[in-house]
Design a protein around this ligand. Sequence first.
Ligand code: GRF
Length: 220
Amino acid sequence: MKIAVFISGSGSNLQSIIDHIERGLLAAEISLVVSNVPNAYGLWRAKEHGLATAVVEHGHFPDRESFERELVHLVQKSGAEYVVLAGFMRILSPFFLGQFSGRVVNIHPALLPSFPGLHAQKQQAQYGVRLGGCTVHFVDEKTDHGPILIQAAVPAYADDDEKTLGARILELEHRIYPQALQWLAQGRIRCNGRQVELQGRQEAAVTGDFLVNPPLEKPF
Ligand code: GRF
């Protein structure tokens, strides 16, 4: 499965995807890493691993559609079948999504539909939730809204702040994103409206202070 990964910042989820591929745990090939931010640290990570990169600065385009046309062009040229959003801080319009229908996925650092939008970790810590988490979902025209592939819940404590809770969530992000992508690569995901079905469950590997559903499979 060829994927294009879109980033805007640190790229730790990109790193986790790269690591899983390199360890033979994720049957995917990253054909392109795209950043809309020229000095995003994730670009360095990509280059370290010999991956093709592109910088597409939204500010250099007169409007959203021309920006997205360039993105579509680059993704298609790379041969990617899926677009994997990993901390990409731009909303993609129905025009873009229409080019890759059902083939754009995102990770959000909260248990959707709670806490969509920006600073989800801060929102959760300030709200005083007892369970925080993260979600991998298909992208539709509404922000942080599409059908859900997998979610992970982690405990949240009274003395948590954005940083401590965010770190606990991020650790699970780095496991559930490669797992969800592997299910896609294996062709085991079926979408029926909002219901995402995982076919052919394998042995579950559930350990640790978290809850993941569908459960992670070994070795994720
Ligand atoms: C992650 O928390 C992800 O859930 C959110 O943006 C952050 C990106 O982090 N969409 P990184 O760039 O992968 O380190």
